[in-house]
Design a protein around this ligand. Structure first.
Ligand SMILES: Nc1ncnc2c1ncn2[C@@H]1O[C@H](COP(=O)(O)OP(=O)(O)OP(=O)(O)O)[C@@H](O)[C@H]1O
Length: 601
């Protein structure tokens, strides 16, 4: 919580002025019972109407001033808490963007969403309460006790005796509810996870008639959350009644002992009324303190979760040491395109005599599973080569390509691009060199042209159209009445799987990367379109190094080189014909997919 308080720094003024006005309101409130005692003793008992009117008017003025102060404080509290929340959300978002895939996997997307929304909301509420009540409530409590002591010290011993009882109650509630709040946030994460899976997988769930079992799973998560929130509420609910019980007990004791002191002539009627007023103020302030305790207990749990994200240092450490002499080496034919990477690349010198990509004894495992997805992989890929990566499911093909742009870092071994270790590239340069089209094509709301421009914000219309043409997307784009301005709905729901894939490929091509990675990115295309796509890439982007991940032999068959994966190892490297000769695994894959005759053609 205290670490996060740094985000309040720009709102120092609000944090000082807000509580100052609340303090003014509290002072005015504290004076009220004493003025009332004066009215009773000097006005009502002595029947002095002028005095009653004069002092009554003063009380009204004080009430108006108190109300004004409260409004000003509220305004500053809202400014500070909203500003704090906005800054914190931005910071968390920015930080999450810097984390590696592995770290994001570790937190889980639903949990990160909850942390950036729900947890920040809890903290915002705590900040607003901090400014509005954290000074006022204790001030009223202590001030009312002092005022009560000034009125009658002996009577105040009853209040002093009640204080430790109140302390014990607070300790009991906090120590029991705090861990439960933390747990309830975890259950909230679980609900978000189930909800996310269900909403994104709604078609699959319906297709497999899994509605009722999924409903049960959601109900279970919901019940778990309800149980824990009910438990914590039961404990927190004790706070207000127990506080009232203690303070009302104190009021009864004060009235009884105060009556004795009035009879003994040591206390006036006005004073006992003022005294009871002070105790009521203390009671109300204690109820506020109790609620503050609950809000802050929750906020501490949320602060821990937010801190956990902010304190996670990205495992992808960026170095700024590489120079790349390569500029504008990619050229889409017939179109005059400026290389967007020129600015970055001019400052980085790499050696083009080296292989485009080199894996040197690379091993990698996802920390979640603990198993190695790649083991001791060494391979070299030359500039301008088209390389097919094939193998059964789960053999490490995607893992292999994900290591190149540093979505993950190798556990052991090194990866080089143009002879330079990928860890030595600034990430911006690395990203400008490589375009990845993932297995699942993701489109964003906007137009088709805007989606393609995601790759390169300042791409001209000609560049966008050229990329779409190579990606075999031009024909279907032009078949829409809106053409390139056709709207893409959320998640690209208004496009077929194959259309989405072609738009995603166009988005990658518009960058004119040196390395293009197609991770099973053409699996939804028919054979003819896929063949046309490969031909267009070959013809128009001849300098580009292309890696094509696929399980289909027909997709990789004509590649310059094919890498065959088998459970984290490389089983064979070569052309289709070479592998048919000497790689058993490749042979088996071919035979399982094509008739023997077709496979060797
Ligand atoms: N994010 C992840 N977290 C944990 N394990 C993972 C993750 N991604 C992949 N794996 C595991 O790593 C291994 C290799 O997976 P990878 O996705 O690289 O295989 P693949 O050959 O690309 O498979 P496919 O052809 O089915 O896409 C698999 O055993 C898989 O379970």
């Amino acid at each position: 919580m205290f670490k996060i308080a740094i985000f309040l720094k720009p709102y120092r003024k609000e944090c000082i002025v807000g509580p100052a006005f609340k303090l003014l309101e509290a002072i005015l409130e504290l004076l009220m019972p004493t003025i009332m005692a004066l009215i009773i003793n000097n006005g009502v008992i002595k029947r002095d109407v002028d005095y009653v009117i004069k002092m009554g008017g003063l009380m009204v003025l004080m009430a108006i001033l108190g109300f004004g102060s409260s409004v000003v404080c509220q305004y500053y509290a809202a400014r500070a808490s909203q500003g704090f929340g906005t800054t914190l959300r931005n910071k968390i978002f920015e930080h999450i963007s810097s984390l590696s895939y592995a770290q994001i996997d570790k937190f889980g997307t639903p949990s990160l969403i909850n942390r950036i929304t729900n947890d920040v909301n809890q903290l915002q509420l705590a900040i607003a309460m901090l400014i509005r009540l954290v000074i006022r409530a204790p001030f009223i409590c202590i001030g009312a006790v002092i005022m009560a002591m000034i009125l009658d010290f002996k009577l105040s011993l009853i209040l002093i005796a009640a204080t430790p009882v109140f302390g014990i109650i607070l300790y009991f509630i906090i120590s029991r509810s705090s861990p439960l709040y933390r747990k309830s946030q975890q259950y909230l994460d679980k609900i978000a996870l189930v909800l996310r899976e269900n909403l994104s997988g709604v078609r699959v769930i319906r297709a497999f008639a899994k509605n009722s079992s999924e409903k049960q799973r959601f109900n279970q998560s919901n019940d778990d959350l309800t149980d824990i929130v009910t438990n914590v509420s039961k404990i927190s609910a004790l706070l207000n009644p127990l506080t009232s019980l203690v303070m009302n007990g104190a009021i009864i004791a004060v009235l009884w002992y105060g009556g004795l002191r009035i009879n003994a002539g040591r206390l006036s009627q006005g004073e006992i009324i003022a005294y009871v007023n002070y105790i009521t103020q203390i009671l109300l302030a204690l109820v506020v303190v109790s609620n503050l305790v609950i809000i802050f207990t929750r906020a501490f749990a949320s602060a821990g979760r937010v801190n956990e994200v902010l304190e996670t240092q990205s495992s992808i450490v960026e170095k700024n040491t590489v120079k790349d002499s390569n500029t504008k080496n990619i050229n889409i034919k017939n179109i005059n395109i400026k290389n967007i990477n020129t600015e970055n690349c001019n400052t980085f010198i790499t050696n083009k005599d080296n292989p485009a990509i080199k894996f040197d004894k690379v091993s990698f495992g996802y920390s979640v599973t603990g198993d190695m997805a790649l083991r001791d992989v060494s391979v070299e890929i030359n500039h301008g080569e088209t390389v097919g990566l094939i193998g059964s499911t789960g053999t490490g093909k995607s893992t292999f390509v994900n290591l190149i742009p540093r979505f993950y870092d190798a556990v052991t071994g090194e990866i080089y691009i143009d002879g330079i270790n990928v860890k030595k590239y600034p990430l911006s340069v690395l990203k400008s060199k490589i375009s990845v089209v993932p297995q699942k094509s993701i489109l964003f709301t906007g137009t088709i042209a805007e989606n393609i421009r995601w790759g390169k914000q300042d791409a001209t219309d000609e560049e966008v159209m050229a990329a779409a043409k190579i990606a075999q997307a031009e024909e279907f784009i032009l078949s829409f009445s809106g053409g390139y301005s056709t709207k893409v709905s959320r998640g690209g729901a208004n496009f077929s799987g194959g259309q989405k894939q072609r738009l995603a490929i166009a988005r990658a091509l518009v960058v004119q990367p040196e390395i293009l990675i197609l991770d099973d990115a053409s699996c939804a295309l028919d054979f003819a379109t896929e063949a046309a796509l490969k031909k267009a890439i070959k013809q128009n982007c001849s300098n580009m190094t292309v890696l094509i991940v696929s399980q289909r032999v027909s997709t990789v068959k004509h590649a310059d080189k094919i890498i065959v994966f088998g459970d984290g190892y490389i089983e064979g490297i070569g052309t289709h014909d070479e592998l048919m000769e000497n790689c058993k695994v490749y042979n088996e894959i071919c035979i399982s997919q094509l008739s023997n005759g077709e496979a060797v053609v």
